[in-house]
Design a protein around this ligand. Structure first.
Ligand SMILES: Nc1ncnc2c1ncn2[C@@H]1O[C@H](COP(=O)(O)OP(=O)(O)O)[C@@H](O)[C@H]1O
Ligand SMILES: N[C@@H](CCOP(=O)(O)O)C(=O)O
Length: 299
């Protein structure tokens, strides 16, 4: 049933929400983790290097391993032994989709280690399982498909479409303090006022149009949000202050994912360097290209 491997996958960082598109919008970024898995006669070996390597567990609770286990279960059984190596470049707990990248890596690697895995478990199944493991589909959609994605859930299954953003140059401001997505989700109220829902419905539709048609002059209005950022602001004051400062300067900026990093969608390449001048002390900024979706690079 199994292939020994090794198999390797590149999985991109993602920025979710993009302001108004809470749990729906995602943007893949050209910053990737590289993860390799192979079957061994017995046991579990994990070797991690780079971002978060000292903090991740090296047992069955490791997120990539948990995602591989879930996938093997769907495909008919567990292998005798596993060896995993990862080169992590995506910072953890910074709103850059590191957990989504880990989950997508695990699902794709496990599928590739099963003979006929891709026939039994197609890409729609990968997205549905990865969304279930992550708890929301936006990051995993962008991680799998690349580009700008709109994700939704039907009958409990995550689904998504990809489109090509035009004329935007993402600049990431990576916070020094981490923020757990789980905690940031707990800060959200169970219901929101109807006018706020209407406010976001208009902005999210506008943002999809602005990104796909290259209407960068709409980005300031299109990135406004009342559904998640206001409720999370108190827990990440430095990030909220940076968003406000960038927006005062006319740069469309939002909290990346559940924070704590900030994403600016710069509409003019010449404005990338001036935007990076706003990087707070101790933070770092990266000007990144739009990313491609997860790809098996060796098998
Ligand atoms: N490459 C990885 N290997 C193992 N675990 C990972 C990896 N990337 C992320 N994780 C797990 O996901 C957690 C971060 O998830 P989360 O709080 O959702 O933040 P993020 O915004 O980075 O996705 C890390 O603390 C770690 O437990
Ligand atoms: N829609 C989610 C996105 C979380 O992204 P992450 O990169 O912080 O994991 C949310 O806002 O909770």
């Amino acid at each position: 049933m199994f292939r020994t491997g090794p198999v390797t996958v590149e999985v991109p960082a993602t920025s979710a929400n993009l302001g108004p598109g809470f749990d729906a919008f995602g943007l893949a970024l050209d910053l990737t983790d590289t993860v390799t898995a192979e079957l061994v006669p017995g046991g579990l070996e994990i070797e991690a290097a780079g971002e978060g390597a000292d903090a991740v567990p090296v047992d069955e609770s490791h997120l990539i391993i948990r995602s591989m286990r879930s996938t093997f279960d769907r495909l008919g059984g567990q292998p005798a032994g596993l060896r995993l190596t990862s080169e992590n470049r995506i910072p953890h707990g910074r709103g850059l989709g590191s957990s989504a990248a880990a989950i997508v890596a695990g699902v794709l690697l496990a599928r590739a280690l099963v003979r006929g895995g891709a026939e039994q478990f197609d890409d729609a199944e990968v997205l549905a399982l990865a969304s279930e493991l992550e708890g929301h589909p936006d990051n995993v959609a962008a991680c799998l498909l690349g580009g700008f994605t709109i994700a939704w859930t039907t009958d409990g299954r995550g689904r998504a479409v990809r489109s090509e953003p035009k004329g935007v140059h993402p600049v990431l401001f990576i916070a020094t303090e981490s923020s757990s997505t789980h905690t940031a989700r707990a800060a959200l109220p169970p219901s929101v006022p109807h006018p706020d829902a209407a406010f976001n419905a208009a902005r999210s539709a506008l943002l999809a149009l602005a990104l796909t048609q290259g209407r960068t002059e709409l980005l300031m209005s299109a990135t406004e949000d009342r559904l998640h950022q206001p409720y999370r602001a108190a827990a990440m004051p430095a990030s909220s202050a940076l968003v406000a400062e960038l927006r005062r300067a006319g740069i469309p900026a939002v909290i990346s994912g559940a924070g704590s990093s900030v994403l600016a969608l710069v509409g003019d390449q010449d404005q990338v360097t001036p935007a990076r001048a706003y990087t707070p002390q101790g933070w770092r900024s990266l000007a990144l290209a739009i990313g491609e979706g997860a790809a098996l690079t060796a098998s």
